[in-house]
Design a protein around this ligand. Structure first.
Ligand SMILES: [Zn+2]
Length: 291
């Protein structure tokens, strides 16, 4: 991000990342909104560079093929043939069930890609603040921070459903996994503040991811997606889930500051042996998927 040449470090262990000195650096270096927007632009450019080389192939692909190519510019995609879940995301790898019809594969790919980009944004913030390269350990650290806090998990899920909902036809929106986490892990009354926080920040980050993806899923491609839904579904859409969509988002300043707090909370959590073990399991996941 800097013009001058930087010889960047790679942090490889939990202790190299989650220590007092890094905590101090993070504490004192909250991103400006300008820096945050540069990070979003860089993430957009990852897909742009990947797809530029494949311009002809992209155009000649089916609608699903185009969405798959876009997804591949950020993460691995593989297929599964068992289990109730439509798809899943872990350690830079997206899995989709191969028994779904095209429209459901499309929405699942966009949903899981959003989970990936959610993590990617936080990774890029830390890489920028600590002036380090991406490593398995850094990715594991972000996964650990975002994945061991129920509020962050709820936020991530709301974000993914909102991004997915943006690109599929009106009336097919689905907040299934969000609702599941909400009812299983939260008390609607007691936790109302935490839930509200998760929704608003999740929606704000969703808005950033939507802006990145709109560069590639343009009006034409969205029209194609609508057609795929028409071909797949004879049943009319149902509108009860779309009521979960939110318009409200945070201003950039507040959003960046809350994301900063989320990253700080990971370090505070990371101080015991149990955390070190969770971290090491996550890191093994990244090592095996990244190689
Ligand atoms: Zn999800």
């Amino acid at each position: 991000m800097d013009d001058e040449y930087l010889n960047l470090n790679k942090l490889e262990t939990f202790n190299e990342i989650a220590n007092e000195s890094n905590l101090k650096i993070l504490e004192n270096n909250q991103l400006s909104t300008l820096e945050y927007n540069v990070i979003l632009k860089n993430i957009e450019n990852m897909a742009r560079e990947y797809l530029n080389d494949l311009e002809h192939e992209f155009k000649s692909r089916s609608t699903l093929g185009k969405i798959k190519l876009l997804t591949l510019s950020y993460a691995d995609v593989s297929y599964k043939s068992k289990g109730a879940e439509l798809g899943s995301y872990s350690y830079n790898r997206i899995q989709v069930d191969d028994r779904l019809n095209d429209s459901d594969v499309i929405s699942t790919l966009i949903h899981e890609l959003s989970h990936h980009l959610f993590d990617e944004i936080f990774e890029q913030i830390l890489m920028y603040v600590w002036e380090i390269e991406k490593s398995d350990a850094l990715e594991a650290y972000v996964s650990f921070t975002l994945g061991t806090n129920a509020v962050f998990i709820l936020m991530n899920e709301y974000c993914a459903h909102s991004v997915e909902g943006r690109f599929i036809p009106h009336g097919y929106q689905n907040y299934g996994s969000f609702n599941k986490i909400l009812t299983e892990e939260f008390d609607l009354k007691k936790d109302s503040e935490a839930i509200f926080f998760a929704l608003i920040l999740g929606n704000s980050i969703a808005d950033d991811i939507i802006h990145i993806l709109e560069n590639f899923i343009d009006d034409n491609l969205r029209r194609e997606i609508r057609q795929v839904y028409k071909d797949d579904y004879s049943a009319p859409p149902s509108y009860d889930q779309i009521l979960l969509e939110k318009k409200e988002i945070l201003d950039d300043e507040t959003k960046v500051s809350q994301m900063h707090m989320m990253l700080m909370s990971g370090i505070a959590l990371a101080k015991n042996k149990e955390s070190a073990e969770v971290f090491s399991t996550i890191k093994d996941g990244f090592i095996s998927n990244n190689s």
